[in-house]
Design a protein around this ligand. Structure first.
Ligand SMILES: C[S@@+](CC[C@H](N)C(=O)[O-])C[C@H]1O[C@@H](n2cnc3c(N)ncnc32)[C@H](O)[C@@H]1O
Length: 264
């Protein structure tokens, strides 16, 4: 059986827009928004804001005299976030400014933020602990921080060949995502950076549709890479993918949402 050709890496802007608009993506965004508990007039950061999916909700939460700072290290992402915000017809919502910047060295003075969110960013950065400490530097006393990251070690994919599913999860953790098991470590790292952790919530995302899971989890693309890297045999990978595509399909993975406060 031939291994299906791996789909090319999706365009990151289209990918993040699709994930943000999906049922599970919307659920996480709503949960984060509730945990932030925004008030009119506040300054709120969206660190690693991507194409700006969350900026309108944040701007509505801080209202017309509040300020939203979207920050992303990618000039394409920051540019797209800025364009979308202008195109959205901001109305009476708070002011939004998008900056290009790295979350290890935010382009902000100390103690400037009342609220900050960082969602699916730290798994990619060089030093997540340093980035969480940098968020502490820019937080005002009493500021609330939400961190949300997946833990790819929890990725469970049903298949007749469960050993292949396990090998795929191991490959994803070892070779695909830089800090794949960050979700479970977030609360400890936040505590170590001087944040007072208020809650830790596991948010499990369920996928029942193979094409959607394939786009979000990169099943076909990364199975081919797992074969090259020796984690899966060619025939095992081909049979595994065929069974997933045939269905019924079920996969799940857990994100961890940590809410923390900057001590006064
Ligand atoms: C998966 S996207 C998350 C998008 C957004 N947080 C959301 O909730 O829709 C990850 C984003 O983090 C950004 N990023 C990665 N490393 C970064 C860093 N060191 N500093 C700032 N942004 C970074 C990427 O450019 C990308 O836009």
């Amino acid at each position: 059986m031939a291994l299906p050709a791996g789909a090319p890496r999706p365009d990151p802007i289209a990918y993040m827009t699709e994930v943000g608009a999906s049922d599970s993506g919307r659920g996480v965004r709503e949960r984060v928004l509730a945990a932030l508990d925004l008030c009119p007039g506040q300054t709120v950061l969206d660190v690693g804001c991507g194409p700006g999916v969350n900026l309108p909700d944040l701007a509505a939460g801080v209202a017309s005299h509040g300020l939203v700072l979207g920050i992303d290290h990618s000039p394409e992402m920051a540019g797209e976030a800025h364009r979308r915000w202008l195109a959205s017809g901001p109305g009476t919502a708070g002011r939004v400014v998008v900056l290009q910047g790295d979350d290890h060295a935010l382009p902000l003075a100390g103690a400037t933020a009342d609220r900050a969110r960082c969602d699916r960013v730290l798994q990619h950065v060089r030093d997540p602990a340093a980035a969480i400490a940098e968020l502490r530097r820019v937080a005002r006393p009493g500021a609330v921080l939400t961190l949300a990251e997946p833990d790819w070690g929890t990725l469970a994919i049903d298949a007749p060949d469960l050993a292949a599913s396990t090998a795929f999860t191991r490959f994803t953790c070892d070779k695909v995502v830089r800090h794949a098991r960050l979700g479970r470590q977030l609360a400890r790292l936040a505590d170590g950076a001087g944040w007072a952790v208020r809650s830790v919530e596991p948010l499990t995302l369920l996928f029942g549709d193979f094409p959607q899971a394939d786009r979000v989890l990169g099943l076909t693309r990364n199975a081919a890479r797992a074969v090259t890297a020796g984690y899966l045999g060619h025939d095992a990978a081909a049979g595994w993918l065929a069974s997933l595509a045939q269905g019924p399909f079920l996969a799940a993975g857990t994100m961890f949402l940590v809410t923390a406060e900057a001590p006064a």
